[in-house]
Structures are given as structure tokens and as C-alpha cells.
Design a protein around this ligand. Structure first.
Ligand SMILES: *Cc1c(COP(=O)(O)O)cnc(C)c1O
Length: 437
């Protein structure tokens, strides 16, 4: 098969022999900025944010909002883009919060997640007037109540609830997802109890509930199932405690196409279908229709990202396999090493050549498991060729490390012009925290 038939997304193309991304020649960009290089399609990020916002407001109601789950990709420019597109954000640490502050992001639209917020995290967020905490446990609830009291604030919160859904079988199950480090389970009665407690606390303003059932979910049924369980829970709370939740946050998790065999998803259509289901369920069961929030991370940035590397060596082990080693690896993309994630790999400067060379793309780090993908088919490559790994916008740069004291890549935004959004780390950056003994 010829590579030209095999382009996964509409922002990919071919010019001469080279791969283009968002209309830019990736080989030229590699020359200009060096490799490894993280490229981002700014228009696609903005369009996806708009798609979510418009569809949610249209189908769920004017007050519905997407929250960009910024753990997927966090740097100052991302919060500026989210702010300009008028969407809210999730943060999970004061590092992300500080980054949002540097962007000038309005923190009343920020939601603080995480299963182990420290007193310092809570104080810092309240001091900076965070919109909401999404609360996991009693420990956190009491800590927020105490610290909010010290600041003279009645702090808005949502509770993270585990509805007990396995998104990959669609089934509501009694163990498994109830057994999670995140949230409080409905099934054990603990979600009811913690709600009752929250309503009695002086400095806590409980506004509703949250659930997040998983990631890379292609169907809508798991979201509908989760919504049913959550709305029934809201109904139960209303009946037993006389408290009506204002918000229901359905979390993130829409799937993204990484390889040919993954389906394409129409996010707007999915939102429409989920909204119809929820309206029907509320009407049939005489339950209140809440303000819906969603938390897309991966689906906002994944296919807006692409990483370009340079081949450093090709090793053919007779009778075994071929290794193509690149100048990055698990230090900028740990996802194959972590969970065997699938990726599409192309040779960016040989787009018109036959893809008949079977090889494993290996990183440069000192771990045998430092692989980007095994058994891919690309043209025969040599030192100096450029390898493009597609759909790397989410959970790549944000999970990058300095293992082996490798510097992290530059991030370049491709919009009307190409512009640096995060500069490449230097070797001085890598040792900047060290103290000479
Ligand atoms: C990771 C996460 C998200 C984003 O999930 P995606 O699969 O990237 O859309 C949303 N909400 C919570 C609570 C998360 O932990």
C-alpha cells in the first residue's frame, strides 16, 4: 500500500514528498525548530472547543458548558485559547492553576479536581478565588470547610460520585468501578452520607455532582447509563434531603481516532443524542433537569497534535526484527510504555514511497520498554529521515519527563503563522534546580 492513501485526519496532507500538518510542511518545521518537535493545529483546537460549546448550549441549554480537562495538555497558551473560546477549565494541581493564572484565565470558571488536595493546594486555590472544587472524600470536604472558613468564604463544590459503570461493557457493575481511588460510591450509601454531611457544613456550598467514567469511549450508551444513575441519585437526594442539585458534570472521555481501525466520532451528534436521552429520562421519571457540564480533554487536543522526530539509527537483527531509533521516546511520549497505546507512524519526508518496511520505533531512553510503536509499516528509512507520530496532542507533552536528563521538546502552534508556544528545554534548564555541593 502507498502511504498517500493512509492519512488519518483531514488536517494531514502531502506536499512534494513531505507530510503536511495544518497546511505546514512538517519537514521544514523540523529544520526550523529542531526535533523532537510537538506541533499543534491551533484552528482545529479552537474549532473543537467551539463544537463542544455550541452543541452543549444548543442541546443541553444555554448554561451548559464544556470544561477543558487541561491535564491533557497544559501550558499558558492553552488556557489563553480556552479563555478566548469562552470555555471553562479543569485543573488538578496548583501547578496547572498557576499556569492558568499566568494566562489570565478567569478562575471563577475553573474547577479543581484530584483525589489528594493538600491544605496548601486548597488555600492557594481559595486565595485565588477558584470557582469550584470537585470533592472526593470526607477528609477533603472537612479541610475545605475549615480553610474556606478562615478566608471567610462559602466555597462552591461538586461531589465526585462513582456511578459504578464500566464504559467498555456498558454495564452498571457492583464492584470494579465502585472500587476506585476517585470519588464516593452511590451503591455503598456513602455518596448519600457525604452529601448529607456537606449540606450541614457552614462554609460549603454544594452545587451538584460529578462523574467521570473513563476515557477513549466511542459509544454514547455508557454516558447515557451514567447520566441515568446520576439523575436518579439527584432525585433520591431531593426526596430524602430536600436538596435539588443545580449541576450535573458528566466528565470527559469521548474517543479519538489514533489508527485507521478507530471510528470517527461526531461530537456534536453524540451530545445531541445524550441530551435527548437525558431529557426523556428526566421527563419519564419526573426528575429535575440539571445544568450539564462535560470535561473533554483528549478529544480537544489529541488529533490537533503531531510529533516529529529524526531517525538516529536503523538496526536489523537478522532473523528477529528491525529497530528504528528516534531522537525522543518515552520522555516525550510514555503512552506505549505505560499502556500499549496504538499510534499511526509515518516517514514525514518519504510520503510517496511504499510502506513495506516492518519495524519497531524505539526511543533513545535507557529502557528496553522505551518504544513508541511495534511492527509498523513505513518506507525504508535511514539516519536523518523524519518520523511523524500522529495524534500526540493529548497526554504526551503533559506526561513528558526529563528521564536520562533528556530535554523536553518545543511546542509550536500552527495557525495563521507558526509560533513557539513552549520553548525547547536546554541542557541548562535540565539541571537548573541542582545545587553544587
Ligand atoms: C482525565 C479526566 C478528564 C478528561 O478525560 P478525556 O478522556 O481526556 O476526555 C475529565 N475529567 C476527569 C475527572 C478526568 O480525570
Amino acid at each position: 500500500m502507498n502511504c498517500t492513501e493512509n492519512l488519518l485526519h483531514e488536517n494531514l496532507g502531502i506536499c512534494g514528498d513531505n507530510l503536511t500538518f495544518a497546511g505546514y510542511d512538517t519537514v521544514e518545521l523540523a529544520k526550523k525548530y529542531g526535533t523532537p518537535l510537538m506541533l499543534l493545529d491551533e484552528n482545529k483546537i479552537r474549532n473543537t472547543m467551539r463544537t463542544y460549546k455550541n452543541a452543549m448550549q444548543r442541546y443541553f441549554g444555554e448554561k451548559a458548558r464544556p470544561l477543558y480537562a487541561s491535564k491533557a495538555l497544559s501550558f499558558v497558551g492553552m488556557y489563553q485559547i480556552a479563555m478566548e473560546e469562552g470555555i471553562n477549565t479543569d485543573i488538578v494541581s496548583i501547578g496547572e492553576l498557576y499556569t492558568a493564572i499566568k494566562a489570565g484565565f478567569p478562575l471563577e470558571n475553573a474547577f479543581f479536581h484530584g483525589n489528594c488536595k493538600t491544605d496548601n493546594d486548597i488555600s492557594y486555590a481559595i486565595e485565588n478565588k477558584i470557582g469550584f472544587f470537585i470533592v472526593d472524600t470526607y477528609d477533603e470536604l472537612y479541610a475545605i470547610n475549615k480553610i474556606a472558613g478562615e478566608y471567610g468564604v462559602k466555597q462552591k463544590i461538586l461531589f465526585r460520585i462513582t456511578p459504578g459503570i464500566d464504559p467498555h461493557t456498558h454495564e452498571a457493575i457492583s464492584t470494579g468501578k465502585v472500587d476506585s481511588k476517585f470519588g464516593t460510591a452511590i451503591e455503598t450509601g456513602q455518596a448519600y452520607e457525604i452529601t448529607k454531611t456537606a449540606l450541614s457544613l457552614e462554609n460549603i456550598d454544594l452545587r451538584g455532582f460529578h462523574c467521570h467514567i473513563g476515557s477513549q469511549i466511542f459509544e454514547i450508551e455508557p454516558f447515557c447509563d451514567a447520566a441515568d444513575i446520576m439523575i436518579s441519585f439527584i432525585g433520591e437526594i431531593r426526596e430524602r434531603l430536600g436538596y435539588t442539585a443545580e449541576y450535573l458534570n458528566l466528565g470527559g472521555g469521548f474517543g479519538v481516532r489514533y489508527v485507521e481501525s478507530d471510528p470517527c466520532i461526531d461530537y456534536s451528534e453524540n451530545i445531541r443524542r445524550i441530551s435527548e436521552h437525558i431529557r426523556e429520562y428526566c421527563e419519564n421519571n419526573d426528575l429535575p433537569y440539571p445544568i450539564i457540564l462535560m470535561e473533554p480533554g483528549r478529544s480537544i487536543v489529541a488529533d490537533s497534535g503531531l510529533t516529529v522526530y529524526t531517525v538516529g539509527s536503523v538496526k536489523e537483527i537478522t532473523g528477529y526484527k528491525n529497530y528504528v531509533a528516534i531522537d525522543g521516546g518515552m520522555s516525550d511520549n510514555p503512552r506505549y510504555a505505560l499502556y500499549g497505546s496504538q499510534y499511526t507512524v509515518l516517514c514525514a519526508n518519504k510520503m510517496r514511497e511504499k510502506c513495506d518496511y516492518v519495524c519497531t520505533i524505539a526511543g533513545r531512553l535507557c529502557e528496553s520498554g522505551d518504544l513508541i510503536q511495534e511492527n509498523v509499516k513505513i518506507p525504508k528509512v535511514q539516519r536523518g529521515d523524519n518520523i511523524a507520530v500522529l495524534v500526540t496532542g493529548a497526554y504526551n507533552y503533559s506526561m513528558a519527563s526529563n528521564y536520562n536528563r533528556v530535554a523536553r521538546p518545543a511546542v509550536v502552534l500552527l495557525g495563521e503563522t507558526d509560533r513557539l508556544a513552549v520553548r525547547r528545554e536546554s541542557i541548562e534548564d535540565v539541571s537548573r534546580l541542582d545545587i553544587l555541593l
